[in-house]
Design a protein around this ligand. Sequence first.
Ligand code: FPP
Ligand code: MG
Length: 288
Amino acid sequence: GKRIRPRLVWAFAHCLEHPPPQLPLLDLAVAAELIHSGSLLHDDVLDQGQMRRGRETVNVRWGNTVAVLAGDMMLVRALGLLREHPAEISATAVETVASMTEAVISEVESRGRLELSPEHWRRIAAGKTGALFAWCGRAVALLAGEPCVAADLARCGRALGIAFQLADDLIDLVGRRSGKTRYSDLKNRELSYPILVAAAHSAGDRAAISALWKMDPPTDDAVREVGQRLLAGVALPRTVHQISRELTGALEALGPRRDRPGGLLIDRWARKLGAQFIEPTLAAAKER
Ligand code: FPP
Ligand code: MG
């Protein structure tokens, strides 16, 4: 994995004038990665994910029972690590896992519903991915004994998380170096941001996706054909635009902390994330 959440814990800590000491910070970083990895083990059971980080998923290799129980164990170990720290850190971690779970319930209930709005998608992304990124900021502020900074760091984290989820949705369509199976959202009737944008802006795209989602199961050729069709429309540039809006919001939330070492790091990631989509966007625009 890319260990984005532990790195974010470090970066948020170094946005502060007095970062918390390394060892308790390490507990937050490990807890964030354990919650994330546990949630992915469960997510791959729900999505019937086949590939993760360039390898077979745990559910494919060892089955759903192992994947669910290993995910439970990671979650419990994460919460156990936090018991040593101020009670609000554990309490907010529990709320975060509740938000993630509620968002995934809403996502499962939304499968195949092309009439839903991109705002509906954003609420799901804010819970599913944004909540844990936000917790990284909130928990660091609480650990540092600076609760009034918690809301700003959490706002930055939430927007970054939504930008990462937008990027994840786009990579599923563009299919680059992700270590996951391409077009899995189209195959699984999963509402991604680009799919919703395409359905909202083009009656032809909407009809093509609906027809694909009536096939049981959709063939690989049909999935690829619809995927290519979406790439030739407005889905790509609009999703890239939304990524850049979320990143701008994230950096604004940092305010003057953007000039601290952690803020500079977050600024660099944001630019890198934005830049990686410029090339495929230009290539798709040229093909149109
Ligand atoms: C990946 O989304 C999944 C998440 C970001 C969170 C999943 C959360 C849960 C299953 C509930 C919480 C559970 C625990 C144990 C904390 P995706 O399917 O869009 O991304 P992918 O392309 O990486 O599969
Ligand atoms: Mg998934």
